[in-house]
Design a binder for this molecule. Structure first.
Ligand SMILES: [Zn+2]
Length: 370
């Protein structure tokens, strides 16, 4: 067996009701002058309260807001700001892109990293990976980090207040782990990878069972299972299974679609969910089995229940020209794209045709009846 180096998990995870206030002592051990990084104006007050709580522990935090997504200019700015202020830790409090930016800055500076996801929209609080975007949200690349965060704080009281749309997006991103890893990694001889793929299946089943209830009732046990499944368990699967386990077509399609211009930009998981439908469509075209077709119709029903986009129209691209969509497909099919991990060959023309089939809900019902 070849040598494998893993970053599987944060050193410590504190989760549940009131996790933030229970974490203050652990934070004080990790740093005395951290930078609290965030972005959204809706969570600004919360981040201010974090700063006050830390002061009672003798931790003098300073704060900085990112202007954009996890992009070079924001990372540069935060890197220099942290250096100038002798910060000895980063506390990234926000959605996936804030968490990705915080992890990367801590990695570059060689200081401790604490992630505080404020929604369950991705597993970015867990992983040793950051996605880099342009300031206007076009995916550029992902960067492997030296390690997972030192501490992850998943406070149910806080995450529960996030918009339900972020949970739905997290569910789409987490179910993708099964559809993508089973396609690229089910023949792997590596026990870790086999176990990660099975864990992805169990997680998908739990999300299918509990997702709708969780989406509608944040006070339910289903919500706890689903929110932690999306933000935490999905991260373990990536850590255990490694890069090959992470993506097949849905994520590369997401990366391609981020290259387009949106009036209302969809969330990461919303585009990944749409990418999954297209991935299953491609599988259907390239296999004699009925299974991809059945899986696709099951997935479309599930995503619809969660109000997730299932068509070009519902990802706000109904005005995109064929040229633009083709550009997204070209990006998704770049030479070094993970889309080529698919067990069949694919080019931008195949992908473009597949995506075109999902123009609107009307065209999808036509596909369903065929
Ligand atoms: Zn993702």
């Amino acid at each position: 067996m070849s040598l494998n180096i893993h970053s599987i998990s944060p050193s410590k995870v504190i989760r549940g009701e009131g996790a933030w206030s229970k974490s203050l002592e652990s934070i004080a051990i990790l740093c005395k002058r951290p930078l609290i990084l965030g972005r959204s104006s809706s969570t600004k007050e919360l981040r201010k309260s974090f700063k006050k709580d830390l002061l009672f522990q003798g931790v003098q935090a300073i704060s900085l807001d990112l202007n954009h997504d996890c992009c070079e200019s924001d990372i540069q700015k935060a890197y220099q700001f942290s250096q100038k202020n002798n910060c000895d830790g980063i506390i990234a409090a926000g959605g996936g892109k804030v968490l990705d930016a915080g992890k990367l800055i801590a990695d570059l500076l060689g200081i401790n990293c604490i992630t505080v996801p404020l929604s369950a929209s991705t597993c970015a609080g867990w992983t040793a990976l950051s996605n880099i975007y342009t300031p206007d949200g076009k995916f550029i690349k992902d960067v492997a980090l030296k390690r997972c965060p030192n501490l992850l704080i998943f406070d149910h009281n806080i995450v529960r207040t996030a918009p339900s749309r972020t949970l739905a997006s997290g569910i789409a991103d987490a179910v993708a782990k099964w559809y993508e890893s089973s396609l690229t990694s089910s023949t792997s001889q590596d026990g870790f990878v086999q176990q990660a793929v099975q864990m992805a299946r169990v997680l998908r089943d739990q999300l299918f069972i509990n997702g709708y209830k969780a989406f509608n009732d944040p006070l339910s046990n289903s919500w706890e299972i689903v929110a932690e499944g999306c933000a935490l368990t999905a991260g373990i699967i990536g850590g255990l299974g490694g890069a090959r386990c992470r993506t097949a077509a849905a994520h590369p399609i997401h990366n391609g679609l981020t290259q387009l211009t949106y009036k209302n930009k969809p969330l990461h998981g919303e585009l990944v969910g749409f990418g999954l439908i297209v991935q299953l469509h491609l599988e259907e075209k390239n296999s004699n089995s009925q299974l991809p077709k059945q899986a696709k119709s099951q997935l479309i029903d599930f995503l619809s229940q969660l109000n997730l986009p299932i068509s070009i129209e519902s990802i706000c691209l109904s005005n995109a020209t064929s040229n633009e969509l083709y550009k997204a497909c070209r990006f998704a099919c770049k030479k070094d794209s993970d889309i080529h991990q698919l067990p069949f060959s694919i080019n931008e023309k195949d992908l473009f045709e597949a995506i075109q089939s999902y123009q609107s809900l009307h065209t999808i019902s036509n596909i369903g009846s065929k």
